[in-house]
Design a protein around this ligand. Structure first.
Ligand SMILES: [Zn+2]
Length: 151
């Protein structure tokens, strides 16, 4: 939700969640679907990007657009249950926040560093820092509400 007082040409940093290139995109036009200058991937397409450690660290530290990350693992039943709900929320909040996920089995160091004790866990980042956490499997409406109330 952009405020009327914000100039439309204000730009934000957006890490391409496919290749890691940092792009500058006009803040008021994220729904228009800016593309990465390097690899042409959509920067705000409303999908859930699968991250590795490099992309995770870069995007959480760099992005000007709120980023919510699902910390999950393939063996976790509730994680698999929540995945389609998380994808629904990603579409609902397209242009407001970006959605991504990281496999904590494949990248266990992320759990250690962030002191993650249980999954699924959602962490919302904004302005290069952690804003809030939401634990447990949630429906899409809860996930969207969690993002909105923390922005
Ligand atoms: Zn790219």
């Amino acid at each position: 939700m952009s405020k009327e007082t914000e100039p439309l040409n204000e730009t934000v940093n957006l890490t391409c969640l496919a290749c890691g290139q940092v792009n500058r995109a006009p803040k008021g036009k994220l729904v228009a679907g800016p593309k990465c200058a390097k690899c042409s991937a959509s920067l705000a397409g409303g999908d859930v990007a699968a991250l590795d450690m490099r992309l995770h660290d870069k995007a959480t530290a760099t992005d000007g657009v709120p980023l919510i990350i699902d910390y999950w693992a393939p063996w976790c039943g509730p994680c698999r249950t929540m995945a389609p709900e998380f994808a629904k929320a990603a579409v609902a909040l397209r242009g407001t926040a970006r959605f991504a996920k990281i496999d904590t089995e494949q990248f266990p160091q992320v759990s250690q560093r962030l002191n993650i004790r249980g999954i699924p866990l959602l962490i919302l980042y904004a302005g290069g820092r952690e804003v809030s956490r939401l634990t447990g499997a949630r429906p899409a409406s809860d996930i969207a509400g969690f993002v909105r109330q923390n922005l």
